[in-house]
Ligand binder design. Structure first.
Ligand code: DAH
Length: 359
């Protein structure tokens, strides 16, 4: 095995048996090849500088001392020239390595004057604001807040609410049934919570319900397959239509403002008798007529009525002794009206530019 070049630089040319120009050129070629391997090895520039150019132990200095100084006359010139070229190559390459390392560090430097990364805080969803406000209004009037499951049975969603089997009124609800489950469906309204609450509570009952409901509706500006409803009902002795009207007036004024106008229109729901829908004076045009109210000055707000006595039979209440009212509507719709939003889809697209406005 040939002797390592780092050992060879410690000896004289004579000692190494080098006697002509070709041998000197080969020897310095070997030294240069070693340098090039070192340069490519990934060692840091300062280590390489000490190893190759260092004053005391540098290999090039050693070559100068041991080879050039002992070179016989005819070989001095070529030996000196090759060593100088090698030194120049070493200096330039090691400098270049050092510069590259400095630049890399500069690139990694942290600029403490840069603004920080701001993490946006979450915001209340407009429908959440609406539901919270409704809850507060009814709590202040002595109502309890009730909930029920979103996966319901035909019994609670329809039967106990006086939708007889195969009754056409069921078609108005566009129900989503759970595949293969037989009896289960996604509740189409919050009215089943009326039944569930009355089952577990004796009159007097005053309750408000807020929650998600689902319908087989094609999405458009006013339809969504999931939306929220609010439901409100009260059962006691001597509850009358007057109580219903008074409660609705109180609610609409507190929710939309003291000047909102209301009117009753007769309607039909299987679970109320008599039934009525409540309209409010259009908030956009103030009643003079615009596209939102279809130029009528009125906007449909909710369904309501006196609880049909048939329901009491399902929950063990005595229809001779108690009476009650109920009303319900879409909370999303209330949000659209209250905030002047013209497309229900905007509510559920999760676009932060939209949601940010409701902080
Ligand atoms: N549950 C009805 C629906 O989703 C809304 C409704 C109408 C609720 C009349 C009521 C009511 O409590 O009395 O279409």
């Amino acid at each position: 095995m040939s002797e390592a070049i780092s050992e060879k630089v410690k000896r004289s040319l004579q000692d190494l048996g080098i006697g002509d120009e070709a041998a000197v050129t080969a020897l310095l070629g070997e030294l240069r090849a070693t340098l090039d391997r070192d340069l490519a090895s990934g060692q840091d520039a300062e280590t390489l500088r000490i190893h190759w150019l260092g004053r005391k132990q540098g290999l090039i200095g050693a070559a100068n001392d041991n080879w050039l100084k002992t070179a016989p006359g005819p070989l001095k010139r070529v030996t000196g020239k090759l060593i100088n070229e090698l030194r120049k190559h070493a200096e330039e390459s090691i400098d270049a390595l050092k510069n590259a390392a400095t630049q890399e560090l500069a690139g990694e430097r942290v600029d403490v004057t840069l603004p920080g990364i701001r993490r946006e805080i979450g915001a209340h969803h407009p429908v959440q604001w609406v539901m919270q406000e409704i809850e507060e209004i009814f709590r202040s009037m002595g109502y309890s807040v009730e909930t029920g499951p979103e996966i319901e049975t035909d019994y609670y969603n329809f039967e106990a609410l006086n939708f007889p089997p195969d009754h056409p009124a069921r078609d108005t609800q566009d129900t989503l049934f759970l595949a293969g489950s037989g009896n289960y469906l996604l509740r189409t309204h919050t009215s089943p919570v009326q039944i569930r609450t009355m089952e577990k509570q004796k009159p007097p009952v005053r309750a408000v319900v807020l929650g998600k409901v689902y319908r087989r509706d094609a999405p458009d500006a006013s339809h969504s397959f999931m939306f929220h409803q609010m439901e409100c009902f009260a059962v006691d002795t001597n509850v009358s239509l007057c109580d219903l009207k008074g409660t609705l007036n109180e609610f609409t004024r507190r929710f939309f403002g003291p000047h909102v106008k209301t009117r009753f229109r007769p309607s039909f729901f299987p679970f109320t008798e008599p039934s009525a829908e409540l309209d409010i004076g259009c908030l956009i045009c103030g009643g003079s007529g615009c596209p939102v109210c279809k130029r009528t000055g009125w906007v449909e707000l909710l369904g309501s009525g006196m609880i049909d006595p048939a329901l009491y039979g399902f929950v063990g209440y005595d229809p001779e002794k108690v009476s009650g009212f109920a009303f319900g509507c879409g909370a999303d719709r209330l949000a659209l009206m209250k905030y002047g939003i013209n497309d229900i889809q905007l509510l559920w697209q999760g676009d932060k530019r939209f949601l940010r406005q409701f902080r």
